[in-house]
Ligand binder design. Structure first.
Ligand SMILES: N[C@@H](CCC(=O)N[C@@H](CS)C(=O)NCC(=O)O)C(=O)O
Length: 256
């Protein structure tokens, strides 16, 4: 029995939804509206002390952290593997996952929050109501994250996010110029990790990501988006386009 607590099928939630669909696993989808602070509901905090989604519950045990969660799924349910069979290929996947976890995810989330965050849910509250809602978050790290988001991200932070995204896009385009997929010879968890963040970029950073600037990455993005499993995962959201909503990721509070 697999229960996945997730938000919109973008970012980290998107990664795990795509992995479940690619592996053809039956799961129940439990939507958690991050922009209504539902991730901090007491019953979810009992399963994950940080109140973080995606959160998978399998046989009564809870799993978080998209990279490790996807690897857990691949190991626990070996059919339709998403990790290469050779050691080099698996290393390549993990290096891409680390790049996503270390900076790409947080930087895309920051730019997306800046562009779209205010439009829905808590982001649309009047400043006083938002601050009061933030102070009711029962997790210190969550309060810290959302206080910063409510105050608005500074130009220095946004400039750093733009430059990190630019570096990541360069690497993605370079890799896809000579290969069809990010790691190894086949589609893998590396593609699953990068896609739900990269998909924001043609709209969010059109000067950086476009058919003219990054043709190989754009065809890769379209090929991933056309996969039946990815289409099913993207249909698990509530908004028409999950890449036009954003929440500030928790990573920037952890690592600054
Ligand atoms: N380290 C986590 C990060 C998960 C994450 O960024 N979750 C977002 C939504 S997809 C979130 O919960 N943000 C809002 C919050 O922390 O209040 C992972 O890789 O799974």
């Amino acid at each position: 029995m697999l229960d996945l607590y997730h938000w919109e099928p973008n970012g980290a939630s998107g990664r795990v939804l795509i992995a479940l669909e690619e592996k053809g696993l039956a799961y129940s989808s439990c939507y958690v509206d991050v922009l209504a602070f539902e991730q901090y509901r007491p019953e979810l905090l009992e399963l994950s002390e940080r109140g973080e989604v995606p959160l998978l519950v399998h046989d009564g045990a809870a799993y978080t952290e998209a990279s490790y969660l996807c690897e857990f799924l691949d190991e626990a349910f070996p059919s339709r593997p998403l990790l290469p069979s050779d050691a080099r290929g698996r290393w390549e996947v993990r290096v891409w996952q680390k790049a996503v976890d270390d900076g790409f995810a947080a930087s895309v989330s920051e730019l997306a929050w800046q562009a779209y965050g205010g439009a829905r849910g808590v982001g649309a509250l009047a400043p006083g109501a938002l601050c009061a809602a933030v102070e009711r978050i029962p997790v210190e790290e969550g309060r810290e994250l959302w206080r910063a988001a409510a105050a608005g991200l500074g130009e220095e932070q946004l400039a750093r996010a733009r430059s990190r995204v630019q570096e990541a896009v360069k690497k993605i385009e370079a890799q896809l110029t000579s290969a069809q997929w990010l790691a190894g010879a086949a589609y893998s968890l590396a593609d699953v990790a990068v896609f739900p963040y990269f998909k924001y970029l043609p709209e969010l950073c059109p000067g950086l990501v476009s058919d003219a600037a990054t043709p190989h990455a754009m065809s890769w993005m379209r090929a991933v988006a056309a996969r039946p499993a990815v289409r099913s995962a993207l249909a698990r959201g509530r908004v028409v386009d999950p890449f036009t909503v954003a929440a500030p990721g928790p990573e920037q509070v952890r690592w600054g």
